[in-house]
Design a protein around this ligand. Structure first.
Ligand code: CO
Length: 279
């Protein structure tokens, strides 16, 4: 069985034009979390916390995965792409060689969701951008005794999630556990596996009785399966697994490359207007 390596508590902060969010991790545990770079979580019933949004900003060398349990985010980019991320849907965006976009949350009763940054391998950092919009309908929901498991990527119980062709072979499961019920699963060998708790609490290994809850991320280590048991109020979590890239990281805000030289080039291109691939 895998055991709990660490619990990551994150901190409340602001980003974009003043969006209040929980920065669960970024920049400090890149080796342990490889291929996952950053996780921001949103949980607010006050639109003033988030309507300022994330106005125009660039990305290169990464993928951003935005998943909303509830809420609404409008998206637009410099290539003319436009869309909405609605309750229960997910946008898996491969920035590749570069996009400049904005992500603007709109008022809703409860904005509950997250954005995860996934690193791209060296040979994919400069591919053309790709959008994958996963509607709630496309995301299979498996009903089992005591739990509902939504499959955004990877496979579970013989069902396949809609995200394909990603180097890290991701598994993304949104798991809703009823009180005191279990979830067990076996990730692929060598994968980095963590869970982020949206609501409720639970234990994350059979021999570890410490409960972790809302706003915590739990990172496993070792090999074999994982076992989670919900506490008295149930547990809603996103379970993420992916194969580490084990490549050097040069990180400059929204741009993550392999070398300082590549970073310098990206920022020079932003300055002189040649950042986006022409035509
Ligand atoms: Co962005």
């Amino acid at each position: 069985m895998r055991t709990v390596r660490r619990v990551i508590r994150g901190r409340n902060t602001q980003d974009g034009a003043g969006v209040k969010l929980r920065r669960v991790f970024a920049n400090q545990l890149t080796e342990e979390l490889d291929p996952f770079l950053m996780l921001d979580a949103f949980d607010s019933k006050d639109p003033q916390d988030y309507v300022a949004g994330f106005p125009w900003h660039p990305h290169r060398g990464i993928e951003t995965v935005t998943y909303l349990i509830s809420g609404l985010v409008e998206h637009g980019d410099s290539l003319g792409n436009k869309g909405e991320i609605t309750s229960g849907s997910c946008q898996w965006m491969t920035a590749g060689n570069g996009i400049i976009h904005q992500e603007m949350p709109k008022p809703s009763e409860h904005m509950l969701g997250l954005q995860l940054w996934v690193n791209l391998p060296r040979d994919k950092k400069m591919i053309d951008p790709v959008y994958r919009d996963l509607t709630e309908k496309e995301i299979a929901a498996v009903e089992e005794p005591g739990r509902t498991v939504k499959i955004l990527a990877g496979d579970y119980a013989g069902r396949q999630g809609p995200v394909e062709g990603i180097t890290i072979k991701p598994t993304f499961l949104d798991i809703d556990l009823q009180p005191n019920r279990d979830f067990a699963w076996e990730p692929q060998d060598g994968a980095t596996v963590f869970a982020y708790v949206f609501t409720g609490s639970g234990t994350f290994a059979p021999d570890d009785s410490d409960e972790h809850g809302q706003g915590d991320a739990v990172l496993w280590e070792g090999s074999g399966g994982i076992q989670v048991r919900a506490g008295a109020n149930g547990l809603r979590m996103l379970l993420c697994a992916g194969m580490p890239l084990k490549e050097p990281i040069a990180w400059g805000g929204p741009i993550v490359m392999n070398t300082q030289e590549e970073l310098k080039q990206a920022f020079a291109q932003l300055d002189d207007g040649t950042f986006l691939k022409q035509g």
